[in-house]
Every structure is written in structure tokens, then in C-alpha cells.
Ligand binder design. Structure first.
Ligand code: SAH
Length: 276
């Protein structure tokens, strides 16, 4: 389209540039580890960040996607390791937003699945700061998918329960017996996060409501090159963890959706099984 300008029309003044920089905060799910499992939205947010607060479950390949000039603050917290207090993380985020930074809080998996994302949103909102949240693929989903196993199946499981094996200190913890009975009667797949260190207790409690031959898989470092997994029955869980030396971060999956995988493994020669 051609536009004709005449002297009679006064030129329109360009819009005044505002000099106030407004900060923002986005909670971004980094997924289980493989950078290719990031969403496009997550990648965009990371690339536009000026400050990134990163959890220790987020690997260097993902941190490397941040702009070179962005400031990266590692605020990892792992059971038993030195960790940044949650209140301090809240303070850092609030201050950075007030300083006009584009803050990305990068968390492993999905920010709202055992990631304390809810607490962080509340803390920011309490300070009048608007928060955006970008989903990530949660470890439990990535773990079973990496074994080519579905979380639900018309024949085997009508739903899924994501549960933590590591309850907040001082709380009563998970009622594993009730959960076992429900998973059995309602035919649900049980996906346990942070369950390896408490596996003996979890196994004993689950056996009160689930049959001993219920299939179980443990997947460590899901989606990463160092991923390892093992499959057994519920009554052998702790023995298997010791033999296979599977540690954190791992997801424990319990349920009949694993029957197909069990059958495949039973057909494999022992030499191939050891390589899992
Ligand atoms: N927000 C995360 C979970 C954080 S809790 C998510 O949605 O995935 C931390 C726990 O997640 C770990 O102890 C472990 O149980 C699980 N986890 C995280 N990444 C994992 C991975 N790559 N493989 C297996 N388990 C993982």
C-alpha cells in the first residue's frame, strides 16, 4: 500500500519511550533433564532472562541456554545437602523483580509438581508481583515414557497418583496403607518421587494392600544419557535397589501398566537385562 504524505498534515510525534524498566518473574519447568524435552515457551523465557535462579536438578546443558550476559544464581536444595533456605529464594526473586530484572526461576520437571512452586507463587503474589508459570515434563511421566510404558491403560490402570516418599519434617506423612488399598481397588498407577531412601518402609506398607507380585520399576536420571532402570516385583523392591545400586534422583513406579515391560524383560537374555 502506498501512503501519500502532505505538508498540510502535521507529523505525528513518535510515542514517548518509557525509561522505567519493569521486572517480571516466570517459574519455568526445565523438564526431567534432556534439553530437547523443554517446551518452546520454556526456551523462550530462558533466552529472555536477565537473572536465572536455578535448582540443582537442572543440568548444565539447560543452564547453557541462558544468554551469556544473564546472571545465574544456583539455589539448589537436595535432601541432606547444603541448601538455600526457601525464604531467601523468595527474597532474591522479589528483589530482582523490583530491580527491573527479567527473572526466570528454573526448576526440574514441572514447577508445580513437588517443586515448591506453589509457595514461590504465593510469596511473589503477597508482594504484589504477577507471576507466570511455564509447565515442564514431570520426572514421573518422563520416567515411564522412557521405558515405553504408559501411565494409564484401559486394561491395567484407570488413573495415576503422583506422591512424595519424603514428607515435610514433622508432618504425619503419607498413609501408604490407604494408598495401596485405593490403588488396588481403583486400579491406579502409583508414581513415587523421592522414595528411594524410604523404600523399605514404603514397600512394607504397600504390601498390606497390593499383591506381592505387583510390578515395580525404578528409573534413575530419566531422560539423561546416564539413565538406568530396573524392574522387579513389589516384594523384591529393596533387594533390587541394593543389588542395582539405584539412588537419587529416581522415580519408583508401581502398577500393572508395567506388566508388558516385565514380560519383555522375562524374554530378554540375562546379559541384555544387566545393561538396562
Ligand atoms: N518438580 C520435579 C520434582 C522435584 S522433586 C518434577 O516435576 O519432576 C525431586 C524428585 O523428582 C527426585 O528426588 C526424584 O524422585 C524426581 N526426579 C527429578 N528428576 C528426575 C529424573 N531425571 N529421573 C528420575 N527422577 C527424577
Amino acid at each position: 500500500m502506498t501512503q501519500v504524505y502532505s505538508d498540510a498534515i502535521p507529523p505525528v510525534a513518535p510515542p514517548r519511550r518509557t525509561t522505567t524498566v519493569t521486572g517480571s518473574c516466570t517459574l519455568v519447568g526445565a523438564g526431567p533433564g534432556d534439553p530437547e524435552l523443554l517446551t518452546l515457551k520454556a526456551l523462550k523465557a530462558i533466552q529472555q532472562a536477565t537473572v536465572l535462579l536455578i535448582d540443582d536438578l537442572v543440568g548444565p546443558d539447560i543452564a547453557a541456554l541462558a544468554p551469556a550476559q544473564a546472571r545465574i544464581v544456583y539455589v539448589g536444595k537436595r535432601g541432606g545437602c547444603q541448601s538455600t533456605p526457601q525464604a531467601f529464594i523468595h527474597k532474591l526473586m522479589v528483589q530482582a523483580v523490583r530491580d527491573g530484572e527479567q527473572v526466570v526461576r528454573l526448576k526440574g520437571g514441572d514447577p508445580f509438581v513437588f517443586g515448591r512452586g506453589g509457595e514461590e507463587v504465593e510469596a511473589l503474589q503477597a508482594e504484589g508481583i504477577e507471576v507466570r508459570v511455564v509447565n515442564g515434563i514431570t520426572a514421573g511421566l518422563a520416567a515411564v515414557t522412557s521405558l515405553c510404558v504408559p501411565l494409564t491403560h484401559r486394561e491395567h490402570a484407570h488413573g495415576v497418583v503422583f506422591v512424595t516418599g519424603h514428607a515435610k519434617h514433622g508432618s504425619t506423612g503419607t498413609d501408604w496403607r490407604a494408598l495401596a488399598a485405593t490403588c488396588h481397588s481403583a486400579r491406579l498407577t502409583l508414581v513415587i518421587y523421592m522414595g528411594v531412601s524410604g523404600a523399605a518402609h514404603i514397600q512394607a506398607e504397600l504390601l498390606t494392600g497390593l499383591p506381592p507380585h505387583t510390578p515395580v520399576a525404578v528409573v534413575q536420571h530419566a531422560s539423561l544419557p546416564e539413565q538406568r532402570h530396573a524392574v522387579c516385583t513389589l516384594d523384591k523392591l529393596t533387594d533390587m535397589l541394593q543389588v542395582e545400586r539405584l539412588g537419587s534422583p529416581s522415580v519408583i513406579v508401581v502398577g500393572d501398566v508395567l506388566q508388558g515391560l516385565q514380560a519383555v524383560q522375562a524374554r530378554e537374555p540375562a546379559s541384555q537385562r544387566a545393561a538396562a
